[in-house]
Design a protein around this ligand. Structure first.
Ligand SMILES: Cc1cc2nc3c(=O)[nH]c(=O)nc-3n(C[C@H](O)[C@H](O)[C@H](O)COP(=O)(O)OP(=O)(O)OC[C@H]3O[C@@H](n4cnc5c(N)ncnc54)[C@H](O)[C@@H]3O)c2cc1C
Length: 304
């Protein structure tokens, strides 16, 4: 009960526009630097370099919330291009993750499409890859439609599929050969579209991991859950899935020891590395996810 209240409280805070604007001026505060790699590209690239040295590969995400104007959407896309440039220049091992709403999905689909093409052209030039994060249910079909369209011209793009949605199994069936990141799902969805019960989500998650791997498609298993990681390890062993057909993914700052350990065992382990001055919403959502993170942050504030 207490946990649900806290979760809702932090999700509520995450959507507060005034706090979001203020936070841009504060700099990384309240322990946010545990989950956010820095405010500038330079800082983020340095963190990626450190992670690469530990045997981990990365995906960089330039944080951004509340994109309402064309100018903001174009600026966001510029950041994606600059991030790809910086990855190439520094020679670090990282691809890029982005959200379509950040580059204009809610403003104008044509703007979003042309931003996406610009980003994919840059990635292609560098032999790099772009992953489209999946947002709430309201954006799911649009995201899959745009991906299908883009894939006619680009082979360096993939997306994310969420195990909590009822529609997911059918989507997976249609997406043989597409590089997918599979996750449990992070948004608050209605029971009309998503399994309300965690147990059902976990079962569906295992099912789609198996489906996508056995169809021979590249699969990223993005989870901090040992039960899921162990399941995947057993599955790939049993079906002799080659190690270059899948990877594990976790978020920057979460289960860092486990990340290094998986890499040490010879698995590809990709860390999702968010950066930028728009860190507030992302940070609040991480706090909502896990009360232990709140305790950590409070400890940090008190001991300053
Ligand atoms: C790389 C990456 C990318 C993602 N991209 C998307 C996306 O595009 N769209 C989307 O909707 N969601 C995305 N998510 C979020 C995802 O949907 C889940 O909300 C989130 O990962 C929590 O689920 P989980 O599988 O990690 O495990 P949970 O079900 O949250 O936790 C299961 C168990 O994992 C362990 N665990 C979890 N967190 C911690 C921790 N902090 N420390 C120690 N142990 C822990 C605990 O044992 C816990 O009981 C992404 C997640 C990752 C890792």
């Amino acid at each position: 009960m207490m946990e649900t209240t806290m979760k809702n409280f932090f999700l509520f805070l995450s959507q507060n526009k005034l706090m979001n604007q203020a936070a841009k001026k504060w700099g990384l505060r309240f322990g946010a630097n545990r989950f956010v790699a820095g405010e500038t590209i330079r800082e983020a690239i340095q963190k990626v370099q450190n992670l690469n040295e530990k045997g981990l590969v990365c995906t960089l995400d330039h944080l951004g919330e509340f994109v309402f104007s064309r100018e903001e959407a174009i600026e966001s896309a510029d950041y994606c291009v600059k991030t790809l440039d910086a990855i190439h220049q520094a020679g670090v091992n990282s691809n890029l993750s982005l959200k379509l709403t950040q580059i204009g999905l809610d403003i104008d689909i044509d703007l979003c499409r042309s931003n996406m093409r610009r980003i994919l052209d840059t990635a292609k030039k560098y032999g790099n890859f772009v992953r489209i994060d999946m947002e709430d249910y309201g954006h799911c079909q649009q995201t899959l439609d745009l991906l299908e369209e883009l894939r006619r011209d680009y082979d360096n793009v993939g997306t994310v599929i969420q195990a909590y949605l009822y529609r997911t199994e059918k989507d997976i069936e249609k997406m043989k050969g597409v590089s997918l990141r599979l996750v449990k799902g992070a948004y608050k969805e209605s029971p009309e579209v998503a399994y309300p019960d965690k147990k059902d989500v976990d079962e569906n998650y295992k099912k789609i991991i198996k489906m996508h791997l056995l169809s021979g498609s590249y699969t990223a298993i993005a989870s901090h859950d040992d039960q899921i990681i162990e399941y995947t390890k057993r599955l790939v062993e049993e079906y002799k899935i080659p190690r270059d057909q899948f990877e594990f993914q976790m978020l920057y700052g979460i289960r860092t020891q486990a990340q290094v350990e998986l890499a040490r065992q010879g698995y590809t382990m990709r860390v999702y590395v968010p950066y930028g001055n728009d860190w507030y919403g992302y940070f609040m959502r991480r706090l909502a996810e896990r009360p232990a993170n709140v305790a950590f942050v409070l400890k940090g504030m008190v001991s300053k």
